[in-house]
Ligand binder design. Structure first.
Ligand SMILES: *Cc1c(COP(=O)(O)O)cnc(C)c1O
Length: 374
């Protein structure tokens, strides 16, 4: 029987904490308090504290977390928001949905995160905000980003959807910018049972504004000074996230253990891992490597029962929905190269030693052969 290794095994995770989860769900069912039940505030407090922030505002998804943060800054038509070209679509989609223009910056090829040295040249009088993404669970280089933002009076919205608990020089993801946005999509490190998210902030005025926007801009009830939307986090998801948060550090430690295993194996083959600065706490939502002949390597892994995935096959600045509007199609060579060379291998906390060894041994064998064939 060949050993199979999926990218992630959420069934195993659920089995390991089934009683706690079922109990939390049952409490919500018994109360029938599905909208803004007490578990929402409890979850917000726990996530804010975990993220070294004063306030947490539960929202309907990671995408909506980004959207509501931009709405809170009144960003719209005529405004520009600087972000990375190498991320999940929502990072830029939320900017365009408000009628503002995403301005794409290339990445540092070693970390896959936005290259801060390329930001300043993209700033114009229309620039309002920067959205750095902490890709794969490792924080962007925040010190220079905050310096630039301060110098130009820009708002910083951290897209921390993949990075809850990650640290940059001892500071947690979401706590450095004006807003931090998390996603509880099931495949993130801290997932709920559907869609959910949270915005964290250390600013009381911004926190209050986010809470009003989350409820259609209603304050007091049925009176609307501003237009918001239905951006609520369901009670049932909040209850699940609060339970899972108690296990997150344990899961993160396992992800880090798995990464350490790969870090030892990868130098034996022609693959290059994502660089990790010493001062960081990387939470490994993904373990990403670059390889020559990536699609061959992935097909070969698959033959050996090993899943792998590409994050992301097409950089955002080349997406048709943006290029159609953009007269000057630009080239961002590092993002383009990364989309052709990078791939993620299984890193989930549930991986066994046997599975880990199978992945690393197979990867070494395949890339060695690929190198010879090339
Ligand atoms: C997952 C993700 C989002 C969106 O989160 P959803 O909860 O799926 O809406 C945004 N940005 C990044 C970088 C993500 O990985």
């Amino acid at each position: 029987m060949t050993l199979t290794v999926p990218m992630l095994d959420l069934k195993l995770q659920y089995e390991s904490i089934k009683e706690e989860i079922d109990d939390a769900i049952q409490q919500v069912m018994t109360s029938q308090h599905f909208i803004m039940g007490p578990q929402v505030a409890e979850c917000e407090k726990a996530i804010a504290e975990y993220s070294q922030c004063d306030f947490g505002i539960g929202v309907s998804s990671g995408s909506d977390a980004l959207l509501i943060a931009l709405m809170a800054e009144d960003i719209g038509p005529g405004d520009e928001v600087i972000t990375t070209s190498y991320s999940f679509f929502a990072t830029a989609g939320c900017i365009a949905r408000l009628g503002a223009t995403p301005i794409f910056v290339d990445i540092d090829p070693s970390t896959f995160n936005i290259d801060p040295s390329l930001i300043e040249e993209k700033i114009t009088p229309r620039t309002k905000a920067i959205i750095p993404v902490h890709l794969f669970g490792q924080m962007a280089d925040m010190d220079p980003i905050m310096d630039i933002a301060t110098a130009h009076g820009l708002v910083v919205i951290e897209d921390a959807a993949q990075a809850i608990g990650a640290e940059y020089k001892g500071r947690r993801a979401g706590s450095i910018g004006h807003y931090g946005c998390f996603s509880f999509f099931p495949a993130k490190n801290l997932g709920c049972a559907g869609d959910g998210g949270m915005v964290v902030t250390n600013d009381a005025t911004r926190a209050e504004h986010l809470k009003v926007l989350r409820l259609h801009g209603s304050k007091p009830k049925y009176f609307h000074k501003v237009i918001g939307g239905n951006f609520r986090l369901d009670t049932i998801h909040a209850a699940i996230v609060t339970v899972k948060l108690r296990h997150l550090d344990n899961w993160t430690a396992r992800r880090q253990r798995n990464a350490a295993h790969y870090d030892l194996a990868v130098p034996e083959c022609s693959a290059i891992p994502q660089a990790k600065p010493d001062h960081d706490r990387h939470v490994y939502n993904q373990y990403v490597i670059r390889v020559a002949q990536r699609d061959n390597v992935m097909a070969n892994l698959k033959k050996n029962g090993i899943a792998s995935a590409v994050y992301y096959p097409k950089p955002l600045h080349t997406q048709e929905c943006f290029t159609a509007k953009d007269q000057h199609t630009q080239s961002l060579s590092q993002s383009e190269a990364a989309s052709l060379e990078s791939m993620a291998i299984p890193i989930g906390p549930e991986l066994t030693e046997t599975q880990l060894s199978h992945v690393s041994a197979t990867l070494v064998a395949i890339t060695t052969n690929t190198k010879q064939a090339a």
